[in-house]
Write a protein that binds this ligand. Structure first.
Ligand code: AMP
Length: 343
């Protein structure tokens, strides 16, 4: 039987627990400083120590992973700490479609795929002078929404950009990759999906919302002091909160989830395999406007280590996303079709 390997961060505990529950052995690629943390839980069969996560691409580590007959389960830390070139060159089987990561990383390609999937998407502006409604400004690779800001028109946009340039919060180069997107008023929701090539279906396994600092703390400051005390609040995620949606909102979530699976299949072969998440905002007439997707497990699934109100509709046992991944890998291995779910 194969082993499940992942990096020691993000959703590793959930992935390891799921693998163990499915009877698979586990490998954790881990920084020494975090090893004692992961040792607290009896979930890791073999540790591979690294100084930096990017070492996972090195030949010796790839060899070790191959010797353990591993399948690498990617998560957000892999994507943010290892280059796309290195991921694409890795020898070890990668759970899911590693080629879709380029579409995920490039905001324009991502926007194109979301449109092809039939989603309602916010307007994007190539020229700041065209801004005709509130927009959110995103800089290249901005982790945790750091440096994002909202502008109400092009004048406001320029004022903030000049302020950020003046304070050296950004440089001229960052402006080349600036992404100007309509700001959607409403409440955010992040549905988690699993597309199973083995069972030939797309499942909804959970929904969360994020708890973001500073924006979710803004309400703790009186409104008349907010601008002065927190002029450019960040969207840094510190945790996730579970969400159950009105049942009438669910059919549309299946439409766009399956739409994304179809669009990916056509445009980024072999398509959307395994875990993915769609990120959007419900407006005040229940339209779901999508501004992002992630083609891998997201940290919001850590909420449902014991299953979610949705996973229970498919499975008569607690089913986390981590366990669902391991279950798919186990089924594919038993049927000798691991190549259908890995790249
Ligand atoms: P992102 O880095 O694109 O995942 O965005 C970080 C956070 O910014 C999200 O979790 C939302 O709270 C917020 N956000 C991003 N894009 C939009 C948008 N177009 N409209 C409203 N809020 C947004």
């Amino acid at each position: 039987m194969v082993s499940i390997a992942t990096l020691g961060s993000h959703s590793a505990l959930q992935i390891l627990k799921g693998a163990k529950d499915e009877g698979l052995s586990t490998i954790l690629i881990c920084q020494n400083s975090r090893k004692s943390f992961y040792e607290r839980f009896n979930l890791v069969d073999h540790f591979i120590s690294v100084n930096q996560f990017s070492e996972i691409g090195h030949q010796e580590i790839q060899q070790q992973l191959m010797e353990y007959d591993s399948v690498l389960v990617p998560h957000g830390t892999l994507i943010s700490s290892v280059s796309l070139d290195s991921i694409e060159q890795m020898e070890v089987p990668f759970f899911g479609n590693k080629y879709i990561l380029r579409w995920e990383a490039d905001r324009n390609l991502k926007h194109k795929l979301m449109k092809l999937a039939g989603m309602k998407v916010p307007r994007i502006y190539n020229n700041p002078e065209e801004i005709d409604r509130p927009v959110i400004i995103k800089f290249p690779g901005a982790e945790g929404g750091r440096g994002y800001f909202i502008a109400k028109d092009s004048k406001d946009y320029l004022k903030n950009i000049n302020k950020m340039l003046g304070q050296k919060l950004i440089n001229e180069k960052a402006l080349e990759g600036v992404f100007i997107q309509e700001y959607v008023f409403g409440v955010p929701a992040y549905p988690h999906y699993f597309h199973s090539p083995i069972l030939d279906r797309t499942e909804l396994l959970g929904v969360d919302r994020r708890y973001e600092s500073d924006v979710d703390g803004l309400g703790r400051i009186p409104a008349n002091q907010q601008l002065e005390l927190m002029p450019i609040p960040t969207y840094n995620v510190v945790g996730n909160i579970p969400l159950v949606l009105r049942e009438s909102l669910l059919p549309y979530l299946f439409d766009i989830g399956e739409g994304l699976v179809k669009a990916a299949h056509k445009n980024v072969p072999p398509g959307m395999l395994g875990a993915f998440c769609i990120e959007g905002v419900y407006d005040n007439i229940n339209r779901f406007i999508v501004f992002e997707f992630s083609a891998r497990i997201v940290a919001g699934t850590n909420l449902f280590i014991n299953g979610s109100p949705y996973s229970q509709l498919y499975f008569n046992e607690p089913m986390s996303m981590g366990k669902r991944i391991a279950y798919e890998i186990r089924l594919a291995t038993e049927q000798n079709v691991l190549d259908q779910i890995t790249t």
